[in-house]
Design a protein around this ligand. Structure first.
Ligand SMILES: CCCCCCCCCCCCC[C@@H](O)CC(=O)SCCNC(=O)CCNC(=O)[C@H](O)C(C)(C)COP(=O)(O)OP(=O)(O)OC[C@H]1O[C@@H](n2cnc3c(N)ncnc32)[C@H](O)[C@@H]1OP(=O)(O)O
Length: 221
């Protein structure tokens, strides 16, 4: 009896040690991840400002930052993994919708359709995303380091009231601008007859995507 109690205590201690080292590892990884993402979006912010100051126009800005943007926005997929394995307390669905819709905007709209890359709406969502992400990742970083400046906390929980609708407007106007090019080119579409006997129209798919921006609970909770 005594030995089994002792075993239990040893097991409990081992489990607690395992949990502690797991959470220390998770905290170390999250700190590294958030610092890297803050740095990435700061690089994007500086690149956009430099481009505009040097050229005096937004034309060509997207092309000049496309690689960095694609890298950091795609890397954010890791965040869905954070939620799935439970190292952050955020919904997988909310994070998944947020990250996937951004990746879709970058790869399947802006990057794929050259003709829309100089639209003002592209600059609008790029600026909004950049401000949001610098604020969000620096908030997480300082929070993990237990030194959270008040203005970062304030910015994280207040700026989105303005930034979210502006981001949505920028994204929707960009998809809207893409529609005529998608219809004309038939890109990413499959017309019948074909050997797979499948039909897909990217033009209508984009209209469905635009409709899915109508606020629903999956976007927020
Ligand atoms: C493929 C087909 C495409 C289909 C398209 C469908 C369209 C759907 C429409 C979607 C519309 C999107 C529009 C959007 O793109 C527009 C914009 O983004 S504009 C810019 C403004 N946007 C925002 O402000 C949202 C930014 N994003 C977020 O805030 C988050 O990504 C979100 C996923 C929304 C999660 O936020 P939530 O408030 O739920 O979580 P918290 O940030 O409070 O975190 C909860 C706790 O977890 C801790 N946490 C989370 N992440 C980390 C991390 N990386 N490192 C450390 N800790 C983290 C956080 O601290 C919280 O913990 P605690 O409560 O203990 O403080």
């Amino acid at each position: 009896m005594a030995s089994s109690e002792e075993d239990g205590t040893v097991e409990e201690k081992e489990n607690n040690n395992k949990k502690r080292s797991k959470s220390a590892l998770a905290t170390a990884w999250l700190t590294f991840y958030n610092i890297a993402m803050t740095a990435g979006w700061l690089v994007l912010a500086i690149a956009m400002m430099r481009f505009y100051i040097q050229k005096g126009t937004h034309k060509g800005l997207y092309r000049s930052i496309a690689r960095t943007l694609k890298f950091f926005q795609t890397f954010a997929l890791v965040e869905v993994g954070h939620c799935a394995i439970g190292i952050v307390r955020t919904s997988v669905i909310v994070t998944g919708v947020q990250v996937c819709s951004r990746i879709f905007m970058v790869w399947f709209i802006t990057n794929s359709i050259r003709q829309i890359q100089n639209e003002e709406s592209v600059i609008l969502f790029l600026v909004v995303w950049t401000v949001t992400e610098i604020t969000r990742y620096s908030y997480y970083t300082f929070n993990l380091l237990h030194h959270l400046p008040y203005f970062i906390k304030w910015a994280r929980y207040n700026l989105f009231i303005v930034l979210y609708p502006l981001g949505v407007i920028g994204e929707l106007l960009t998809i809207y601008a893409a529609l005529p090019f998608v219809r004309r080119s038939g890109m990413y579409s499959m017309r019948l007859p074909n050997k797979y006997n499948v039909s897909f129209d990217y033009y209508y798919c984009l209209i469905v995507v635009m409709l899915s921006y109508i606020p629903r609970k999956e976007h927020f909770q």
